[in-house]
Design a protein around this ligand. Structure first.
Ligand code: FES
Ligand code: FE
Length: 447
């Protein structure tokens, strides 16, 4: 795949649990990722609640490219490349808002919210014979999906439908993206999206949230200062039983399984919030029964959408901007029906936990930044990274789909699955080949 004729699979040794540092530091590999991964995979664009009304828009990204998520005046959702058909200007320069049309700032070509070109300066005089405006609209993604309010798109018209792409990881959405009380009463954004840049390769971030529970030690200082909403030592009062759940599509989820009888004391610092979550927990128990305590903590949907599904509930997209730079976009969610005082308490908690000012996020970023820097040198690049924890231990599970490894065994199976799928995308040309390559059981325990 590179000028040295290496295949991606030769850099990602799943049988040994070793991965070449080249995939994190090599500019040529990064250039190929843009085409092989970010032009083909389903990518997270935004949330339906960001474009509730006709004319609402949110400017997002697909890989390095700017796209506009918008709702037209017939109520239909679109994702357009944010690049003018005339001479490429960024048509929309705002982050989000509402508009009756998109008017390019350069020479004023104007597009309706459904992407059709409707205004061209001096059209009647300057263009003889007239050109066909219907051929010069905004470029629209060939496939888009709305899954539980999350909007996804792919540039590849041959990509499988989104639900097939998600595979059995749909359970993570079903468990994690309904309201806290288990209903589908709706979730809304808390403020807008926070965006900032970190000097590391995007894959450090994606693999971290796929279920790297070994790095909990990095958050030790945060745990000791009682940052969490319980007011006790530790970010949360109790994580429950930790379980990593990996999928052949490259997605990875870290679950906590709570016994149904366990008392929920995460919000002891705020009696009102505590009461609200107790009420949610009781409703969740009633609705979901034995499954109430099955909830993802964090996860990554291949390639670059990560989430915290419990508290805080946030989405994080790691948009690559270079071999060694990533834009992190984090969006925070609360239940629509939660009381204002609960939303306010959660806002303060989220801010001190995640985002550029969040202390837990800062711990993580420090690791990624320094690991990137310390891996780029000529000598450093010779050694592979080590992903051997729990190698060969993953197995099927009675409650969860995919491959599972439970505490007390620590496992890096989810990053392994992520990189295995990454290598498939880099080496394989067709979706048929990608479908055929989906097995991860080869090196985990046979089902
Ligand atoms: Fe948009 Fe010219 S580049 S109108
Ligand atoms: Fe962390």
């Amino acid at each position: 795949m590179t000028s040295t004729n290496l295949t991606a699979r030769s850099l990602v040794d799943m049988a040994e649990g070793e991965i070449s540092r080249e995939i994190f530091v090599n500019a040529e590999i990064y250039e190929q990722e843009k085409e092989r991964i970010f032009s083909r995979a389903w990518l997270y664009i935004g949330h339906e609640s960001q474009i509730e009304n006709p004319g609402d828009y949110f400017v997002s990204k697909m890989g390095e490219e700017s796209v506009i998520l918008t709702r037209d005046f017939a109520g239909k959702i679109h994702v357009f490349l944010n690049s003018c058909a005339h001479r490429g200007m960024r048509v929309c320069r705002y982050d989000e808002g509402n508009t009756s049309a998109f008017r390019c700032p350069y020479h004023a070509w104007t597009y309706k919210t459904d992407g059709t070109l409707v205004g061209v300066q001096d059209y009647d005089n300057a263009y003889q014979p007239p050109f066909d405006k219907s051929e010069w609209g905004l470029v629209e993604v060939p496939q888009m999906a709305n899954y539980m309010g999350t909007i996804w798109a792919t540039w590849d018209e041959d990509a499988p439908p989104f639900e097939e792409y998600l595979g059995e990881a749909t359970v993570a959405f079903d468990h994690g993206f309904c309201a806290w009380d288990g209903s589908d009463a709706g979730t809304e954004l808390l403020g807008s999206t926070q965006k900032w840049r970190v000097p590391c390769n995007w894959k450090f971030i994606a693999e971290n949230f796929s279920g790297d529970w070994l790095h909990g030690v990095s958050h030790r200082s945060v745990d000791l200062i009682r940052l969490g909403p319980s007011g006790e030592v530790g970010r949360r009062d109790d994580f429950g039983q930790l379980v990593v759940n990996g999928f052949p599509e490259g997605h990875g989820i870290l679950y906590s399984l709570y016994p149904n009888k366990q008392e929920r004391t995460e919000y002891a610092m705020s009696p009102e919030t505590s009461e609200y979550f107790q009420h949610c927990w009781e409703r969740r128990l009633k609705k979901l029964g034995d499954k109430a305590g099955t909830c993802p903590l964090v996860g990554t949907i291949f390639p670059n959408m990560s989430f915290h599904a419990q508290q805080p509930r946030t989405l994080l997209v790691s948009h690559p901007t270079g071999t060694n730079e990533t834009e992190m976009w984090r969006t925070y969610f609360v239940d629509k029906s939660a009381p204002e005082s609960v939303k306010q308490f959660l806002r303060e908690y989220y801010m001190r936990y995640s985002g550029p000012a969040g202390m837990t996020e800062q711990d993580d970023m420090e690791n990624w930044n320094y690991a990137s820097e310390a891996s780029r040198g000529m000598i450093a690049r010779r050694r592979p990274y080590h992903y051997k924890a729990g190698l060969g231990v993953g197995s099927p599970h009675s409650e969860l789909p995919g491959v599972v490894t439970e505490q007390p065994i620590t496992s890096e199976q989810n990053p392994r699955f992520f990189y295995k799928r990454w290598a498939d995308y880099m080496d394989l040309g067709s979706w048929d080949e990608l479908r055929d390559a989906k097995s991860v059981r080869f090196w985990e325990r046979a089902s």
